[in-house]
Write a protein that binds this ligand. Structure first.
Ligand code: PLP
Length: 388
């Protein structure tokens, strides 16, 4: 059976073009970038080239790019690194209720360590209100962490407005850009952030590589201890083939960002239109907000999201019910609950996230499959048939 992949926010396949740089790098660039011999120097050169390419995507200085293992580590380093670097016994952090677990659970850990955290609520549109951030500020606030784009809804957050508030208050701002980098135009200086996380496997590079932008001069304590790699921000022998892949993928995504995002947005809109036309009692979550071009989150009243995922999987389509990390958990998505969806509707929602390989034909086939699965499952559902 041909399989169609509509779960690019969970992860992307490594692209053929990335593989073409990754495989030779694995074979040939095996030196340790800290070694002074020729093999080490070659690795160092490739690492620094990758840093420049990644910096180009972020629009920052290469010196401000720290390579690490992925989005989770970038978020952890940003959050713990800033809080621990800050003097003072009482500290306060502001974040939002719709963050990825990499941020939310870092904040929960901070609370266990005695740091106070405010989880700002979001509106039904899935967007953080900057005024709420301003209201949450305290004299002890040391960090604000708000994601650039939400992984479940695709909603883009007003980072520039939040950065003005942070700057006025003298508070550092971190943005988790894992779902934004490579999908929407990026300029960390214009955004006004001090720290920005990104992850290779969301933009067609392999898993296990990511980057954190750290604005020069930012006080940051390392969270791991070892050698003096990455300007003493992140110890450990550098993953040069990973960095080479990330640098290449960053450049590739920047090179056709406008065309590819317009193409993907029109496919996403076609998918949403098609589903809403064909499936009664369905609707788009977070549709009122500005969103990343590839993400659609749709509710199907009376259905179980997990049952739809399995039914579509059997038909050859990979989609997701909420975040991949919470799949298998019985709890509905914290993001959908945070935007005010009733528990039943949150559990009846699916995320479709498109990417480079998707075509109009695939989208049309997916619309047919969704309509068929929804009809089949509703036919079996006593709750839906009594309400319909
Ligand atoms: N932040 C967001 C918004 C994400 O979507 C993800 C992954 O799903 C992460 C962080 C974690 O990134 P990684 O899987 O590279 O650790």
């Amino acid at each position: 059976m041909t399989r169609y992949y509509f779960d690019h926010n969970a992860t992307t396949p490594v692209s053929a073009a990335v593989l073409e740089v990754l495989v030779p790098a694995l074979l040939e660039v095996y030196g340790n970038a800290s070694s002074i011999h020729r093999d080490g120097q070659i690795a160092r050169q490739r690492l620094e080239q990758a840093r420049r390419q990644t910096a180009n995507l972020l629009a920052c200085d290469p010196k401000e790019v720290v390579f690490l293992s992925g989005g989770t580590e970038a978020d952890n380093l940003a959050i713990f690194g800033v809080v621990r670097a800050h003097p003072g016994a009482r500290k306060h952090v502001i974040t939002s209720a719709i963050e990825h677990p990499a941020v939310l659970n870092s904040c929960r850990e901070l609370e266990r360590e005695g740091v106070e955290v405010t989880y700002v609520r979001v509106g039904s549109d899935g967007v953080v209100d900057p005024a709420e951030i301003r209201r949450a500020l305290r004299p002890q606030t040391v960090l604000i962490s708000v994601m650039h784009a939400n992984n479940e809804l695709g909603t883009i957050q007003p980072i520039e407005d939040i950065s003005r508030i942070a700057r006025d208050a003298g508070v550092l701002l971190h943005a988790d850009g894992v779902q934004a980098a490579g999908k929407i135009p990026l300029d960390v200086k214009a955004l006004g952030v001090d720290l920005y996380s990104m992850s290779g496997h969301k933009l067609y590079a392999p898993k296990g590589i990511g980057a954190l932008y750290v604005k020069s001069g930012t006080q940051l304590r390392p969270i791991q201890f070892g050698g003096r790699h990455e300007r003493e921000r992140r110890p450990g022998t550098e993953n040069v083939p990973g960095a080479v892949s990330l640098g290449f993928a960053a450049e590739a995504s920047a090179s056709d960002l406008a065309q590819e995002s317009a193409r993907v947005a029109s496919l996403r809109d076609r998918l949403e239109r098609g589903i809403l036309e064909r499936v009664p009692a369905s609707g788009v979550n977070g549709s009122a907000a500005q969103r990343t071009p590839n993400t659609a989150n749709i509710f199907f009243d009376g259905l179980e999201g997990e049952a739809m995922v399995i039914s579509l999987d059997l038909k050859g389509f990979a989609v997701s019910s909420g975040a991949a990390c919470s799949s298998g958990a019985v709890e509905p998505s914290h993001v959908l609950l945070a935007i005010g969806l009733p528990r039943e509707r949150a559990r009846a929602s699916l995320r479709f996230s498109l990417g480079r390989s998707n075509t109009e034909e695939q989208v049309d086939a997916l619309i047919d499959a969704v309509a068929e699965s929804a009809a089949q499952l509703r036919h079996l559902s006593p709750t839906y048939s009594t309400r319909a």
